[in-house]
Write a protein that binds this ligand. Structure first.
Ligand code: MBD
Ligand code: FE
Length: 283
C-alpha cells in the first residue's frame, strides 16, 4: 500500500472494488453441479501444469508467482485482475447468441442505483467539472425496431483525469454516475463530459505484473452503460472515442468496432455530441 493518501492508490481502489463486489449480490452463487466444478477446476489446473512443463518454469518463477498472487489479494485487486484479463471472454460466451447491439465487459467500477437527475438529462457532476461537454443521445428499440418506452439507461465513467467516483479519493460520491429513462419513443439525451483514458493503478500487484512484463497499463477513454427494458436482455456496454491511441491495444481487450462512437461538434455550439442507437434482444 502506498503511504500517499492523496493518490488513487491500488490498495484503496482495490479495497473499494472488492467491497463493491461483495455487496453486489453476485457472490455466493456456488456452482452446485459437482461434475461442472470437476470439469472446470481440472481444466484450469491442467492448463497451469501444461505451462509449467512446456515453459520449464523454475522454482524462482514458481515462488515469484506465489508472492505475486498473495499480493493480488492483499491489494484487493482480484476484481481488477479478473475483469481486465478474463471477463472479456466470459462476456463473449454470455452474449454470443444476441442479435441486438454488441456489449462489453462491466469492469470493476459499476455501482448500482446511481441517482436519477431531476431533469432526466444531466449526469451528476461538479459545478466546475472539467472536460469537453458531451451530449450523448440515441433511441432504444427492440431488435425488430419497436421503440422501448421508458427503457432504463445507467451511465458511469471516469472524469477528465481518468478517475472514477467511489474508487478514487476526493470525488463526490455519485460524480459522473447517473440513471436515466428513455421517453415514450425510446429516445434519450444525456449531458455529460468526455472521460479521459484510464490507467490501471501502477503501484499494486496488477501494475507490478504490467511493469515486469513490459506492457502498458492503459484502457482507451470509454463510457460504461447498462441498457434495460421490460422483456429484454440487459445490455452492458462500453463505448469508445475514435482516435484514442489505445483503441487498438486496450489492456482489458474490451474494444469492438461496433462500440466506436461517431463524435460530432455539438449543435449547441459547445462541446461535442454523439448519437448511438441501441437494439435490445427480447428475452
Ligand atoms: C476500468 O475502468 C475498466 O473499465 C475495466 C474493464 C478495468 C479496469 C478499469
Ligand atoms: Fe472503466
Amino acid at each position: 500500500m502506498t503511504p500517499n493518501e492523496h493518490e488513487a492508490s491500488a490498495a484503496a481502489s482495490g479495497a473499494a472494488a472488492t467491497d463493491r463486489f461483495r455487496q453486489s449480490g453476485k457472490t455466493g452463487h456456488a456452482v452446485a453441479d459437482q461434475a461442472r466444478v470437476n470439469e472446470l477446476a481440472s481444466a484450469l489446473i491442467q492448463a497451469a501444469n501444461d505451462i509449467v512443463l512446456e515453459k520449464k518454469v523454475t522454482y524462482d518463477e514458481y515462488n515469484a508467482l506465489k508472492s505475486w498472487l498473495i499480493q493480488v489479494g492483499e491489494d484487493g485487486e482480484w476484481p481488477l485482475f479478473l475483469d481486465v484479463w478474463l471477463e472479456h471472454s466470459v462476456e463473449e460466451v454470455a452474449t454470443s447468441h444476441r442479435e441486438g447491439n454488441k456489449g462489453s465487459i462491466e469492469g470493476p467500477y459499476y455501482v448500482p442505483d446511481a441517482p436519477q437527475p431531476q431533469d432526466n438529462r444531466t449526469i451528476p457532476m461538479r459545478e466546475d467539472e472539467s472536460g469537453t461537454p458531451l451530449l450523448f443521445k440515441g433511441q432504444i428499440t427492440s431488435t425488430d425496431g419497436t421503440p422501448l418506452p421508458n427503457a432504463k439507461i445507467e451511465l458511469w465513467h471516469a472524469d477528465a483525469e481518468g478517475f472514477y467516483s467511489q474508487f478514487a479519493p476526493d470525488l463526490p460520491e455519485w460524480n459522473l454516475r447517473g440513471t436515466f429513462h428513455a421517453d415514450d419513443q425510446g429516445n434519450f439525451e444525456i449531458d455529460t463530459v468526455q472521460p479521459a483514458p484510464y490507467q490501471i493503478p501502477t503501484d499494486g500487484a496488477c501494475g507490478k505484473l504490467i511493469a515486469a512484463a513490459g506492457w502498458h497499463a492503459w484502457r482507451p477513454a470509454h463510457l460504461h452503460l447498462k441498457f434495460s427494458a421490460e422483456g429484454h436482455e440487459l445490455l452492458t456496454a462500453q463505448l469508445y472515442f475514435p482516435g484514442d491511441e489505445h483503441n487498438d491495444d486496450d489492456i482489458a481487450t474490451a474494444v469492438k468496432p461496433e462500440l466506436m462512437l461517431d463524435i460530432q461538434p455539438a449543435e449547441s455550439g459547445t462541446g461535442v455530441q454523439t448519437t448511438y442507437d441501441v437494439r435490445l434482444d427480447p428475452v
